[in-house]
Structure formats: structure tokens, C-alpha cells
Design a protein around this ligand. Structure first.
Ligand code: NDP
Length: 496
């Protein structure tokens, strides 16, 4: 990593850079394991207070935070642009989603998590039964750089709304965004540190996994996700793992081709392709493949990367990723693929121009591995059954897109992944009520929606005896006939 690390007394510092210009944006501490533990200890004290507030009180404070984020939207937008290099409107879109999710989590936490009665069933009819979702305590959040506000807030907002405090380790590329989130929340919740940020490199994240937090919510690459899980396993700390993807887009013969092409280009190229649920592979039915490819090519050729706020695409934020993108394009071409837009020359660090590849063998790294750049592979298939089979032929299983006028829901159900958009792209990420997450190498657990709130809570089941039941099997004082009568009763109740 090209980040400058400096020593000052006993403290290590690093700089965050604008990937467009390499200009230094800020200096941040490399927090040591001892400092991470101290942050978690403070967050634990704070969790007793925050978790003790009722839902209405927490909602009031989270609503105040949302209002403050909206008042300072220009500041955080600028910071997201500076740390990631993304165009202004892409940063705006990211923050619109942050605000929407924060609103949903605060508004729905009580309804989803509050104590509710459940039926005790026929055998336990003398009991009153309830379940309530209580806070875990302190949640450690580890986030990536590609959506430095939206992605971690998918965990942070929901964990806070569920009554937990949070210690957040942002990516070393986007520490300023993390600090901005914590400092603005502290303005409206000055009583206790309910959101603390620890900064540094992978070692700081690893220290958070071993710090005694009650759960770790990790978003990042599959390789790091495995390391996070291994570290958490040492103390049986539960984990939520949101990893990468190789998301497919299927184009059926009856699809709206203009809309499908627009979705493929936006899904594959926006944010310079650095979107976990972005489109990376396209499977298009033979009868419409030529027309669809032509529409994609026409659109992709118009896109220009650059550092100006109005560019279509920004730079590749993480310098090392450029090599991965180049190697995937090279592998596709070496194995017989053809570039119908761009090619190896499109890789001009820190920018990559759009690349569209066709006829790429399915064992090429451009098809099997996450590229995380503005590239698409388009494969012609004989029918949608073949498209589904190839779409599922991956260890990943995050999101997917289907364009079909008549068979959308049917095709969606056959895809092995966590989320599908039909006749739209990445739409599920903007619907706060929908759980977000994947299967296989894309991870497990869910952020967003009711599942996302429950992910940061422990269900507590409580029963209360209302009266003595005539049969008492759970006592040494039971008579010899008690179980005989109980078995007879069960036979009558459950005979059919
Ligand atoms: P990384 O896996 O490199 O890093 C993710 C976070 O983990 C960073 O904060 C990183 O810190 C930290 N980290 C690194 N090593 C360790 C360790 N040993 N223990 C604990 N934490 C560690 O991912 P990227 O930041 O490069 O993000 C891109 C990836 O994220 C892509 O694969 C993308 O698909 C995925 N992603 C998934 C999403 C989803 O919801 N499923 C959403 C967004 C992105 P540092 O940066 O300092 O190294």
C-alpha cells in the first residue's frame, strides 16, 4: 500500500489519499490492539446506557443524526468523493441510500424487536409465551472502501437501532468517512460514545475481532472474510460476513433490450465497476444476443472515466486492484475472448475505461473471479435454462439481475443467490425493508430490513405459568400414570 506511515512518540499514523491526485486528505492513527480493546471497553459502558433507553428514545436520537447528516450532506459527499475518487452524483446517490436506511432502521426497530406473544401450543396451554429481541451489547463493524458510508451503515444503523453500541474499523482507504460518521453522531448523542471509530490497517481489524465484542459484522473480500471468521472462532464471537460476488445478468428472448442494455452498462460500469452487487457476467439468449450486444457497446463507448466531478466513472480506488483487472482482461483475450469495447489499453491507472468482452471461455478468471472494474463479459446462450445453469456455476452467490417480460419471478427463484432484481438493476439495495446478503463465497447473515435488525439482537424466549396444568410431567412427584395419559393425549391430538 502506498500510504505513508509515520511514527510520532509511541504512536503510528497513516495518511489517506485522494486516488485521483494522490493528494493527502487526512492523517489517522494506526490504533493498536490495546487501544482497540480500550475502545470496546468504553463502548461496553455506553451500551448499558444506550441499550437501556427505550426504542422511542433511541429513535429520537437516530432521527436527530439523520437530520444532521442531511444538513451536512455536502460535507460528507465531498469527503466520500475525495477518499474514493467517485463522481459527485455517485457519492450523492450513496448518501441518499444511507439516509433512507437510517430512517427505516430507526422507524421499524420497535415493531420488529419488541416483546410479542406467541402461541404456547396445545400441550403447554397453561403457559404465556413471549419472545423479545434484546441488544447484543457491543458490535464490531469492519467495512470496505467502495461504498464507505452506505456499506458500513447497513450494519451500523441497524445495530444502533437494535440497542447496541458500535466500534467501527473503516477501510484504510476511507478512514475519514468513518470518523465523520462517528463525530456527527457524537454531536447529537453527546452522553456516551455509542459509535467509536478505530483506524489502521488489517491488524486493527484483526484486533477488533479479538477484542471481546459481542458480534462482528464484516463487509469485504472473501479472503479477508475467512480470516475474520478464523479470528472470531477463537472466542466463539458470532460473525456476519458480507463478501464479494460475480453477479450475473440474464437477458431472456422477450426482454426489453434497451432497458436490459442500460442495466448491464450501469450495473457493470457505475462506480467504475467497484460494486459488490454490480453486474460482472451477462448471459443473453441467442435470438436477441446481437441486438443486445450492439446496444451495450453503443452505451459503453460513450462512458469516460476521469477525476472531474461530472465524469461517468472515477478511478480505481485501490491501486492494487488495477493489476487484477488487467490480468482478467488479459486472461479472457489469451483464452480466445474478444474485446468489443476497449481492451488491455483501457487500463490506464488510476483509471480504467469500459471494457466489454465476448466469447470468453467460462473457465477464464474474467468469468470465475470478482474483477471489481468497469468490465463486462457477455455470453450467448441457447435458452434461459442454460443461462440459469451458467449463472449458478460459481462459488459466489450475492445478487443477480433478470430481464424477462414473462418469466422473471420463475427465473429469479432458480438462481442461487441472496437477491435478485427483475427488469431493473441493484434495485434491492435501495429497498430498506429487504434483507441484503449472499450465500456461498459471498458470505452469510443479513443486513437491512427486519432480518438485519434481528441480526444484531438476541432473541429471548420467556414463559410464564398462568395456572397449574392437570398433567405435571416435569416433576419427580409425577404419578406413574402421568406419562401414559400424556401419550394418550398426544395420540388424540396429533393422530392426523
Ligand atoms: P478487504 O477484504 O480487503 O477489507 C475489508 C476490511 O477488512 C477493511 O477494513 C480491511 O482493512 C479489513 N481487514 C483487512 N485484513 C483484516 C484482518 N485480517 N482482520 C480483520 N479485518 C481486516 O476488502 P476491500 O476493502 O478491498 O473491499 C472490497 C471487497 O468488499 C470486494 O470483494 C467487495 O465485493 C466486497 N464488498 C461486499 C459487499 C457486500 O455487501 N457483500 C459490499 C461492499 C463490498 P484495511 O482496508 O485497512 O486493509
Amino acid at each position: 500500500m502506498s500510504r505513508a506511515v509515520s511514527q510520532q512518540a509511541d504512536e503510528q499514523w497513516f495518511t489517506s489519499l485522494d486516488p485521483r491526485t494522490a493528494e493527502v486528505i487526512g492523517r489517522h492513527r494506526v490504533h493498536s490492539p490495546i487501544e482497540v480493546r480500550a475502545a470496546v471497553t468504553r463502548a461496553r459502558t455506553a451500551s448499558a446506557w444506550w441499550g437501556g433507553l427505550d426504542h422511542a428514545e433511541r429513535k429520537r436520537r437516530l432521527d436527530a443524526w439523520r437530520a444532521l447528516i442531511l444538513r451536512r450532506l455536502d460535507d460528507i459527499t465531498e469527503l466520500v468523493c475525495a477518499e474514493t475518487g467517485k463522481p459527485l452524483d455517485d457519492a450523492r446517490l450513496e448518501l441518499v441510500l444511507v439516509v433512507d436506511h437510517l430512517h427505516w432502521a430507526a422507524r421499524n426497530a420497535e415493531k420488529v424487536l419488541r416483546r410479542r406473544r406467541v402461541s404456547p401450543g396445545r400441550l403447554m396451554f397453561n403457559q404465556a409465551a413471549t419472545v423479545e429481541y434484546l441488544p447484543l451489547g457491543v458490535v464490531g463493524v469492519i467495512g470496505p472502501w467502495n461504498y464507505p458510508a452506505f456499506t458500513p451503515m447497513g450494519s451500523i444503523a441497524y445495530a444502533l437501532a437494535a440497542g447496541n453500541t458500535v466500534v467501527f474499523k473503516p477501510s484504510e482507504l476511507t478512514p475519514g468517512v468513518g470518523e465523520w460518521l462517528a463525530s456527527t453522531l457524537a454531536e447529537v448523542v453527546p452522553e456516551q460514545p455509542v459509535l467509536t471509530v478505530v483506524t489502521g490497517f488489517g491488524a486493527t481489524g484483526a484486533a477488533l475481532c479479538r477484542s471481546g465484542v459481542d458480534k462482528v459484522a464484516f463487509t469485504g473480500s472473501t479472503a479477508t472474510g475467512k480470516r475474520v471468521m478464523a479470528a472470531c472462532a477463537e472466542s466463539l464471537t458470532p460473525v456476519l460476513v458480507e463478501c464479494g460476488g460475480k453477479d450475473p445478468l440474464i437477458v431472456d428472448a422477450d426482454a426489453d433490450l434497451e432497458a436490459a442494455a442500460e442495466a448491464a452498462v450501469w450495473g457493470g460500469m457505475s462506480n467504475a465497476g467497484q460494486t459488490c452487487v454490480g453486474v460482472e457476467r451477462v448471459y443473453v439468449v441467442d435470438s436477441v444476443a446481437d441486438r443486445f450486444t450492439e446496444l451495450v457497446v453503443r452505451r459503453a463507448r460513450k462512458l469516460k472515466p476521469g477525476g472531474q466531478p461530472t465524469a461517468h466513472l472515477g478511478p480505481i480506488t485501490m491501486p492494487e486492484q488495477v493489476g487484477v483487472i488487467r490480468s482478467h482482461i488479459a486472461d479472457a483475450l489469451d483464452k480466445g475472448g474478444r474485446a468489443v469495447v476497449g481492451g488491455l489499453d483501457s487500463v490506464r491507472p488510476p483509471y480504467v475505461e469500459p471494457v466489454v468482452l465476448v466469447d470468453v471461455p467460462q473457465d477464464s478468471s474474467a468469468v470465475t473471479e470478482e474483477t471489481f472494474g468497469p468490465t463486462l463479459t457477455i455470453k450467448r446462450v441457447s435458452d434461459v435454462d442454460e443461462a440459469v445453469e451458467l449463472a449458478n456455476a460459481t462459488d459466489y452467490g450475492l445478487g443477480a439481475t433478470v430481464f424477462s417480460r414473462s418469466r422473471g419471478p420463475e427465473l429469479a427463484r432458480r438462481l442461487r443467490c441472496g437477491m435478485v432484481s427483475i427488469n431493473g438493476v441493484v434495485s434491492f439495495a435501495g429497498i430498506a425493508a429487504l434483507p441484503f446478503g449472499g450465500v456461498g463465497d459471498s458470505g452469510f447473515g443479513r443486513i437491512h430490513g427486519a432480518d438485519g435488525l434481528r441480526e444484531f439482537a438476541r432473541p429471548q424466549s420467556v414463559t410464564r405459568r398462568r395456572f397449574w396444568a392437570p398433567l405435571q410431567p416435569n416433576t419427580f412427584a409425577r404419578s406413574s400414570g402421568t406419562l401414559r395419559r400424556l401419550v394418550r393425549l398426544v395420540r388424540v391430538l396429533y393422530r392426523r
